[in-house]
Write a protein that binds this ligand. Structure first.
Ligand SMILES: NC(=O)c1ccc[n+]([C@@H]2O[C@H](COP(=O)([O-])OP(=O)(O)OC[C@H]3O[C@@H](n4cnc5c(N)ncnc54)[C@H](O)[C@@H]3O)[C@@H](O)[C@H]2O)c1
Length: 199
């Protein structure tokens, strides 16, 4: 299952998994787009509309995936909410909470709901899509940066929690990939992100 799999990095991951013969379910808050993306990928790909911050929606999508596929042995968490670009002084508390709720708490909820099954079957893969921002911090994006640092720590802890089992937890920290994330950024911020990539 790939959360945020309707587009961008999640969609690319889903495409790669399909190419490897995996049975894939896309979970995305944008249900219609998730449906179109699933059709584009392959006949067998399932899509579920669901908000990663909503425990009931996560459970419903998990049930739907299990009914359709029979087993969930890999979770890729790639949901992304566009946050506002502002300094900490200008960043309202509500915005801080909103971003942490989707990016960090939403990923926690997905792990919390799916890991018991992976533990029971002693087999599983979890991949959290964080960001280089979580390691270095990005100007005008404190909430985003903090959420990504949280994801890195979450992956480290989960890895240690499950080290004795056949469950691998990985965290990927991309720099910049030209998805719609670029549409909401200023030219200055894009240039800053790209300047971090040596080649
Ligand atoms: N694109 C980059 O340059 C870049 C760099 C570093 C890290 N990342 C991270 O990679 C991941 C994917 O980013 P992207 O650029 O592909 O984004 P994107 O906007 O192209 O795709 C993200 C998807 O997440 C879905 N989504 C948003 N909120 C959701 C929610 N509450 N529940 C379920 N789905 C939800 C969206 O509908 C969308 O389809 C994100 O975690 C992002 O922070 C991206």
């Amino acid at each position: 299952m790939v959360t945020g799999g309707a587009q961008g990095i999640g969609f690319a991951v889903a495409r790669r998994l399909v190419a490897s013969g995996a049975k894939v379910a896309i979970w995305d808050v944008d249900g219609p787009l998730a449906e179109c993306s699933a059709v584009e990928l392959s006949d067998g790909v399932r899509s579920f509309a669901g908000d990663a911050t909503d425990s009931d929606a996560v459970q419903a999508a998990a049930r739907g995936t299990l009914d359709a596929i029979g087993l969930i042995d890999a979770l890729v968490a790639s949901a992304r909410l566009a946050g506002m670009n502002a300094t900490v002084i200008d960043d309202p508390v509500a915005e801080w909470r909103r971003i942490l709720d989707v990016k960090l708490n939403g990923t926690f909820r997905c792990c919390n709901s799916r890991l018991p099954a992976l533990v029971k079957q002693n087999d599983g893969r979890v991949v959290l899509i964080a960001s280089i921002t979580g390691k270095e911090g990005t100007p005008n994006a404190a909430a985003y940066s903090a959420s990504k640092a949280g994801l890195i720590a979450l992956a480290e802890s989960l890895g240690k929690d499950h080290a004795a089992l056949a469950i691998a937890i990985n965290c990927v920290t991309p720099a910049a990939a030209r998805t719609r994330i670029f549409d909401r950024m200023t030219k200055h911020d894009i240039a800053y992100m790209l300047s971090k990539i040596p080649r």
